[in-house]
Design a protein around this ligand. Structure first.
Ligand code: EPZ
Length: 418
């Protein structure tokens, strides 16, 4: 298991290109199962999670061909609609194969994902919605066996907004009989990207990006070429890296209106930010950030995947801040690690109260989940002295070449085998 060694503090300066979005690429990869065909996908980031998903597609019967600038997926000969535990336990997003496999085969066997570090993360909303569409489930030995003679379009109203739940129903309903209307649908840009991909394949989806999505079932879909969205959470993470270190960076190949609320919060913390549609320049002018309060929620509210990064910023900000986490029940594990670096944070139910300190001191810390590990890197960049971050396999799940990108911006960060 590798670790990161970071020496700080270092002001970051320069330019960085954003990779494709993990959370757009994962559902798009599973959508290729829905109909036999040849799919040419671009801007798929090279991550542990996308590699795990490609392995899963191969187990199901896809042929994968890696080109320099694209991944070609041949799903013509899929014959094994099963997602085994050894892959699903590594990546909960494997549950996204349910919708397309049911649409194509009328059956699927998927391991129950189990919990993860940030919460229990049940999938009952996925199953309840699919059963309304005519699917029957048998859950035995930790596996979900799903069957249906025909998926029937209907009204699906999610009790809580669910990103992958919305995505599973989008993929299932494209080939269902009749119309499906999803209310309280997730509005995340990654959901919109999946809907755009499915429409390219010949689906008839409208309303994506709002909380009411309509899908008219079609008889057939076709293989297509498509380029995934840039990653808005990687974008936000690098914006915070510039803000926390007092530097100035330009982020390219992104979509600035997908991070509007993050830009607003960083402006409140004192950053000067200019943007075009596809690039953002943040200049902190060497200043110490001001404390900003955050409350996470479903898009377009503040993303939970950026909560840990803003927590890191607030640990060295001037003033006291409150971070309220409304999405996951255990997404503050980065806090005890930051406290080892001198951060002053009190936890009260789903709120973190942070008293900003003049500085953090480098220490050995442990990554616990994907975004927590990103926040520890940010803390290490600004901390005085050396920070060692262990279990960085978490970060490799969702960030493409993060240490190389940070080194290009002047960070003193190296990966060491443990
Ligand atoms: C997606 O997870 C993202 N993952 C997560 O990103 C992200 O944090 C999350 O959406 C929220 O934005 C992918 O897109 C692959 P939810 P998802 O269903 O779909 C509860 C990252 O760091 N819930 O929107 O699993 C759930 O426990 C990852 O890239 C149920 O109770 O999240 C949570 O409290 C982490 N029952 C809330 O709803 C269900 O059936 C929102 O979860 C489904 C969800």
């Amino acid at each position: 298991m590798d670790k990161f060694i970071i020496d700080g503090p270092t002001k970051l300066n320069g330019e960085v290109d954003i990779s494709g979005s993990k959370n757009a690429a994962l559902p798009i990869l599973t959508a290729c199962l829905g109909k036999p065909g040849i799919y040419i996908l671009k801007n798929v980031p090279n991550l542990r999670d996308t590699r795990t998903m490609l392995k899963l597609l191969e187990i199901i019967g896809c042929k994968i061909n890696h080109q320099p600038k694209a991944i070609i997926i041949d799903s013509n000969n899929c014959n094994n609609p099963e997602a085994p535990y050894e892959l699903v336990r590594k990546m909960r997003a494997s549950v996204l194969v349910l919708g397309p496999l049911l649409a194509r085969f009328g059956s699927a066997v998927v391991s129950l994902p189990g919990g993860c570090a940030i919460g229990t993360r049940p999938v009952e909303m996925h199953l309840d919605a699919l059963s309304k569409m005519g699917v029957t489930f048998d859950i035995q030995n930790g596996y979900i066996s799903a069957n249906c003679s025909r998926l029937i379009g209907c009204e699906i109203s999610f009790p809580k907004t669910t990103v992958t739940g919305t995505e599973n129903i989008l993929m299932a309903s494209t080939l269902a009989e009749g119309k499906t209307v999803i209310t309280n649908a997730a509005r995340e840009p990654e959901v919109v990207d999946l809907a755009n991909f499915l429409n390219e394949m010949g689906a008839e989806i409208t309303g994506h990006g709002t909380d009411v999505i309509e899908v008219k079932g079609v008889k057939s879909l076709r293989g297509v070429s498509y380029s995934a969205l840039p990653d808005r959470i990687e974008t936000g993470t690098f914006l915070v890296a510039a803000a926390i270190t007092g530097g100035e960076i330009t982020i390219k190949n992104t979509i600035s209106n997908h991070v509007a609320i993050i830009i607003e919060k960083l402006r409140q913390s004192g950053a000067i930010i200019d943007s075009t549609d596809s690039s953002i320049t943040l200049n902190m002018q060497g200043k110490r950030p001001k404390a900003v309060n955050i409350e996470t929620g479903a898009y377009p509210l503040f993303p939970t995947d950026m909560q840990a990064q803003l927590t890191a910023l607030n640990t060295i900000a001037s003033g006291t801040s409150i971070i309220k986490e409304n999405i996951f029940e255990n997404r503050f594990m980065h806090i005890q690690e930051m406290s080892r670096m001198g951060a002053e944070i009190k936890l009260e139910q789903n709120c973190a109260i942070i008293s900003g300190k003049d500085e953090l001191i480098g220490a050995s810390v442990m990554a616990t989940d994907l975004r927590a590990s990103a926040s520890l890197i940010l803390a290490g960049l600004v901390a005085k002295g050396t920070t060692e971050i262990e279990r960085i396999y978490h970060i490799d799940r969702g960030y493409d070449c993060i240490e190389e990108k940070l080194q290009q911006l002047g960070a003193d960060i190296h990966r060491m085998p443990m």
